[in-house]
Design a protein around this ligand. Sequence first.
Ligand code: GLC
Ligand code: CA
Length: 560
Amino acid sequence: MNRVWWKEGIAYQIYVRSFKDTNGDGIGDLKGIIEKLDYLKYLGVNIIYLNPINKSPNDDNGYDISDYYDIMDEFGTIDDFKLLIEEMHKRDMKLIMDLVINHTSDEHPWFVESRKSKDNPYRDYYIWHPGKDGNPPNNWGSFFGGSAWEYDEQTGEYYLHLFSKKMPDLNWRNENVRNEIIKMIQFWIDMGVDGFRFDAINHLEKDFNFPDAEVKEGQIYGDFIKYVQNLPKVHDYIKEIRRRAFNTGHHVLIGETGGISYHNAYLYTGVDREELDMTFHFDMHSVGKGEKDWERRKIDLVKEIKEKMSGWQMRDEKEGWCPIFFSNHDSTRTVSRLGNDEKYHRESAKMLATLQLTQKGTPFIYYGDEIGMTNAWDFELEDYRDVAVFNKYRDFVESGLVSHENYIKGLHLTSRDNARTPMQWDDSKNAGFSEATPWIRVNSNYKDINVKAQMQDENSILNYYRRLIELRKNNLTLVYGDFIEINREHEEIYSYIRKGEDDAFLVIVNFFDGTPTFNLPEDVKIKEAELVLSNYKCDDKNVDGITLKPYEARIYKCKL
Ligand code: GLC
Ligand code: CA
């Protein structure tokens, strides 16, 4: 067994803006994280992944960087960052930083120069085009709404931005760009950062013929993804970064790769490809979403959950490792999307946690999921902060394609802001997140759902997470053991065995609110089984023929 820190660790993702504000400006900051490190230690996590913290005008909350070598004013200073790393390393925690290198802010000095004139030395750092007969070069639409091209008066040309117009895409074909980025990565490595999450990494290369894309029904812009995602040259760029910036073997490299599934992830994570160690996928992103944003559909456990989650773990080890996560800052709240955040809030949140902490991969717990934070079901348009919400409002509501009511209903189910509300620390004003009015509204359920209350409650979601984390840390079988799925075709129960050299775990969860019966398949023989954790009080010694309660989850330690 080749033991590796980032395989054994338990990661926790922090959306810094929303975690803890210490200077009363309503925005979370680095000092806030330092203040809460002991809480994270108490929870048991030992890797922290931070969303972007570099200097930024915050058009997209830090994903638009204007200085790669400095910290965002609202978050603190380089000294705060040094202190954070020091305090983390003291507690045996590792830090993963977000690296946004597909684009910069339009306020980055490179872009400020680039737009000045066609022969500026920085012109080719970005992607410029004269356009076609006074129109944009093609019909590509930005992911955040509107055209992917912005006309710039100074030189009469268009620049490409896959995201907002304040986020121009870098031109990775330019060697100077690559050199600058690698130099910058080295700066953060020297600071002591242990790993990186490469934002939107599979967009680094574009089709420079810029062909028009097919426009689908109900869409305004062309479906251009195949011209800007997962193109062959992306791999050359990643290999170059790895070879030139990472040579000690210590760091973990994680890519965010839309459009990649467990079938082809080896292209990025295959051990002999020398690119990334794991990739964040979008498998869980739209689970349960209906045809329209404002519609919901029952989850298909076999096709949407088991096939995908199990698929990653059953790959050949040579294809690479994977993260296990349900939510992040681009999705919605785990218990609201995949569980039942009303009648079975506690049970379903614990059931999902059971899956996350007993599968093969590195668990990434999204801040607030450990207390079962939910979507913001009562937000109105003015409560949202995401730039995409307003761009798409223009595209869809103002153009008459979608009604205002349906759009808002859709936001309740799909907006990224659902997962960005302030951390609910206690039941005091602003949920203990800040003295001042927070940058985004606190979820109105904070008096019922908060850390303080759950610390005091033996049966809370928080305490269940702590036990799960403890169990995983004490049993390498849960990290490295084989993943053997059983009863794949069962439509309500997800069950599997994690098999180590001398022991094994049997995990059984009821994914819905029914009361199905679990039967061991004939070919699985269990000699001894001890129930080690469950989300219901349970003294049942059986492992076969058991009728499960709604969202019941059980973990048995066994001998096979
Ligand atoms: C990634 C990030 C997302 C951001 C986008 C642009 O998808 O996760 O939050 O908006 O890239 O950087
Ligand atoms: Ca602050």
